[in-house]
Write a protein that binds this ligand. Structure first.
Ligand SMILES: Cc1ncc(COP(=O)(O)O)c(C=O)c1O
Length: 431
């Protein structure tokens, strides 16, 4: 069996071997632990490390070993590394400007709040597939906004925020050791986490058509507009990749959660007939209301496309109880039916983006891509942690590019999800 994820220990056989070893030996650092079973750094069990830290001993014990098997496949959670820089930025006399995480800061739109409140009396279980009203709303939004044609309820499925879908999709597709999951070289880290969670092999690409061997490839992630680079794939490019993937029987999942946030390019969905030819075989797009409607706190998202794939996911998710709460379903209907708040939010982001972009350029940064999304992908052609440290001294916190892959080691990701007042503070400090 292929040892996935560089841990050298996974799958049923490895699990059996693990449970045959003494518990202390399974803890990750106990005496008698065979060297060959060591998770290769930096994939040492996150849960173990967290537990040791919490206990303050640094020494694993008996209880710890029972939680380490799956988490040891995952990379160390990188955001902890940013903490010292956050402390530096927070020491600025006028306070921190935190541009590191793309979390919305503006109010939840009024019609959405009202819909949530109106649905507060929801004592019964919601359904995984959602109310007929929600499915109608998803279908009509896909047709109206993405250009999908002949869509039906079977082509949509709500999920509880797109992150859980990204993380658990490979598992729900039945992938495991010996299967491969591909995603862009610079990417949202959860594509890799999803592959590792099920024991599949993560592979990165620059161009899927020329870089990937389709044998054993069971899932191809696209992400346009991209996090972190803000790059938008042109419709011809998307069509070329979809045709190649279909030709090799590889399902395409296209993460389009920044689709409403194009600035210098118009993002196109894989569901557009120019890309998929008006049929959805092997093609699914992933959408989220977190960014377009400031609903990150609601966990409102959905997938849309190939009815056969979604039917399988629906069955699994029913068994797993993965239901969007009823008030959030009602809020989603309201949000998808209202374009006014999207236009207002876009205007806020457009102004913040312009201000930060100019300030970063004046300060000596170069900006690549960034034609869409909530981020500026910036560099001073120096190691990303030097840029992070420099900006932290000015009280501005950004994310190092290497969080998104080694190819980002000379870039920082600057989110424009801060209030106007904080963005203005950043502009002053950079000026
Ligand atoms: C590319 C990408 N996909 C998915 C997500 C998850 O969004 P959510 O879980 O809020 O829908 C994010 C969040 O930042 C993202 O950047």
């Amino acid at each position: 069996m292929r040892p996935p994820c560089g841990t050298g220990a996974s799958g049923p056989a490895a699990a059996a071997r693990r449970s045959a070893r003494p518990r202390a030996a399974r803890s990750g650092r106990g005496p008698g632990r065979p060297a060959a079973a060591a998770p290769a750094a930096p994939y040492r069990g996150g849960a173990v490390a967290a537990y040791e830290k919490w206990r303050g001993t640094g020494v694993p014990n008996e209880e710890v070993s029972t939680v380490s098997a799956v988490s040891s496949r995952l990379p160390v959670f990188p955001w902890d590394k940013l903490e010292p820089y956050k402390a530096t930025a927070a020491a600025h006399p006028d306070g921190i400007v935190d541009l590191s995480v793309g979390t919305p800061v503006d109010p939840v739109p009024e019609p959405v709040r009202r819909a949530l409140a109106d649905a507060a009396d929801s004592p019964g279980y919601p359904t995984v597939w959602g109310t007929p009203a929600l499915r109608d709303a998803l279908v009509s939004w896909c047709e109206r906004r993405l250009g999908a044609v002949s869509f039906a309820h079977a082509n949509v499925l709500p999920v509880m925020g797109s992150k859980e879908l990204v993380a658990w999709l490979p598992t729900q597709l039945g992938l495991g050791a010996g299967d491969r999951v591909a995603y862009p070289r610079l990417a949202y880290p959860t594509y890799e986490a999803g592959a590792r969670l099920c024991g599949a092999e993560p592979v990165v690409y620059d161009d899927p058509v020329t870089d990937l061997d389709p044998s054993g490839l069971k899932l191809l992630w696209l992400n346009s507009p991209s996090n972190p680079t803000g790059r938008v794939l042109a419709r011809e490019e998307l069509a070329r990749v979809v045709a190649w993937a279909r030709g090799h029987g590889v399902p395409v999942f296209s993460d389009e959660c920044y689709l409403e946030l194009g600035w210098e390019a118009e993002p196109v969905s894989v569901l557009h007939p120019d890309v998929c030819g008006g049929t959805y075989e092997g093609v699914v797009s992933v959408h989220s209301l977190s960014k377009r409607s400031n609903l990150a706190g609601y966990r409102a998202a959905f997938v849309a496309g190939d009815a056969a794939v979604l039917g399988e996911l629906l069955t699994i998710r029913k068994h797993a109880g993965m239901m969007t709460p009823a008030p959030v379903q009602a809020a989603t209907v309201a949000a998808l039916g209202d374009d006014t708040h999207v236009a207002e939010q876009r205007a806020r982001y457009r102004a913040r983006r312009r201000a930060l972009r100019e300030a970063l350029l004046k300060h000596g940064f170069r900006i690549e891509h960034s034609e869409a999304s909530l981020y500026l992908w910036a560099t001073r052609d120096e190691p990303c942690w030097d840029s992070v440290a420099h900006l932290a001294e000015l009280g501005v916190l950004v994310a190092p590019g290497d969080f998104y892959g080694g190819a980002g080691e000379h870039f920082v990701r600057v989110a424009f999800t801060a209030t106007d007042e904080r963005v203005e503070a950043a502009v002053q400090r950079l000026g």
